[in-house]
Design a protein around this ligand. Structure first.
Ligand code: PLP
Length: 424
């Protein structure tokens, strides 16, 4: 499918029905697959033959959606997970173990911050957080001899910082480690991080990729570009005794990382997507290109409206020319960022609450990036576990309202905001 453009791949990549087969990707709701002989199945277990044998490790519905997302990102392979959180965790655990160290941007989703700051730290994987706007010298200073990956979000949730992907990739590579980028907000329609040096991409497919808020899911995509053979990643370059001594880079070449994520971590940890959820995700992916265009054009109009409104104290939308991240946004996301905007209302936290309670079309939900306009107050919800200091480092002020602009008619969205601002 490489000759097709991304909007065509959204519809066609990953599933190519043969003569008389279903035109729509079928839901293969089966945990297991039948083989004629034990020997044939044994070859699958030894990774000698390709094929499905147990849905934790692979399933035709998941496989088609994995191929589609890999094609959209321009990677060599992908693996669906049960959530975005699972994708991040498995992406890091695939190359880090007790004693390893991660360098991460501090402007990341609250759940990812918890994962790195607490859960992985408790497993012996330390993390140093850097300001997303750090200088090359500050970024350099965060590395240690045991650093094994760098993590960042292309466009951070909810602070909407644009990561300088080329800078982060250059520093990561200078230290012989990969850059893992969470590309949830722009999606591959608006940014393909591999083109800027990222090595691994993760997604919460729960967001725009699905777009209808009907499934929680995640995905890891491998660019196939990172050279694992620099002595820092024995888990990929030395024999894995749990697979009769296979060496991932020798047997799977460019797909070593993503193969190990599946055959080792998915085998041992689980957290796979269900066939039904993969099917629903695929329906969302089919319209991703159209939806992202509309999200971006609607959000731009809302941002322009809010920027001029007397009750708004500040607004953050990187596509606005006045935004400090505008140049980075233009470089990495020239066709638009996404539908998410953050802003503050004069009158602080209380005015923010009145505004949110007055909205009629937009709903207050713990969600972002689906086709319905919605709002959230991160400091009292998704990021409430953070200290004031951590909130500031993550770029979240107490008055921050995150608005996820949907794909409804723009005039209805603007009228709803206008009437709610009158009550704020
Ligand atoms: N990454 C980003 C950027 C997110 O916004 C989220 C959730 O909001 C996650 C990861 C975690 O994804 P999930 O909720 O699917 O576990």
């Amino acid at each position: 499918m490489s000759e097709y453009r991304n909007d065509t791949k959204c519809i066609h990549a990953g599933y190519h029905p043969g003569n008389g087969e279903p035109r729509v990707l079928p839901i293969v709701q089966s945990t297991t697959f039948r083989y004629e002989t034990s020997e044939a199945m044994g070859r699958l277990f030894d990774l000698e033959d390709p094929g499905f044998f147990y849905t934790r490790l692979g399933n035709p519905t998941l496989d088609a959606v994995e191929q589609k997302i890999a094609a959209l990102e321009g990677g060599v392979g992908a693996m669906l997970t049960s959530s975005g959180q699972a994708a991040t965790m498995l992406a890091v655990l695939n190359i880090c173990h007790a004693g390893s160290h991660v360098v991460s941007s501090s402007a990341i989703y609250g759940g990812t911050f918890n994962l790195l700051y607490k859960t992985l730290a408790e497993l012996g994987i330390a993390c140093t957080f850097v300001n997303p706007d750090c200088s090359p010298e500050e970024l350099e200073a965060a590395f240690r001899e045991n650093t094994r990956c760098v993590f960042a979000e292309t466009l951070s949730n909810p602070s909407l910082n644009v990561t300088d992907l080329e800078l982060f990739a250059e520093k990561a590579h200078a230290h012989g480690v990969p850059l893992i980028v969470d590309n949830t907000f722009p999606t591959p329609m608006n940014c393909r991080p591999f083109a800027f040096g990222a090595d691994i991409v993760t997604h919460s497919t729960t967001k725009y990729m699905d777009g209808h808020a009907v499934q929680v899911g995640g995905c890891i995509v491998d660019s196939g570009n990172f050279n694992w053979e620099n002595g820092k990643f024995p888990m990929l370059t030395e024999p894995d005794e749990s697979y009769h001594g296979i060496t991932y880079v020798k047997q799977f070449g460019k797909a070593a990382y993503i193969t190990k994520a599946r055959t080792h971590l998915m085998r041992d940890i689980g957290a796979q997507a269900s066939p039904m959820n993969a099917f629903l995700l695929n329906l969302g992916l089919e319209t991703l290109a159209l939806r992202m265009e509309r999200h971006c054009s609607n959000a731009m109009k809302v941002a322009e409206y809010l920027e001029k409104h007397e009750k708004i104290s500040w607004i953050n939308y990187p596509s606005l020319p006045s935004n400090p991240n505008h140049a980075l946004a233009k470089k990495y996301m020239p066709h638009g960022t996404c539908g998410v905007i953050s802003f503050g209302i004069k009158g602080g936290r209380e005015a923010a609450m009145r505004f949110m309670d007055s909205l009629k079309l937009a709903s207050v939900v713990t969600h972002v990036a689906d086709l319905r306009t919605c709002v959230l107050h991160p400091a009292s919800t998704t990021h409430r576990q953070m200290t004031e200091e951590q909130l500031l480092e993550a770029g979240i002020s107490a008055d921050l309202i995150r608005m996820s602009v949907g794909i409804e008619n723009i005039d209805d969205i603007l009228e709803d905001i206008a009437q709610a601002l009158e009550n704020a």
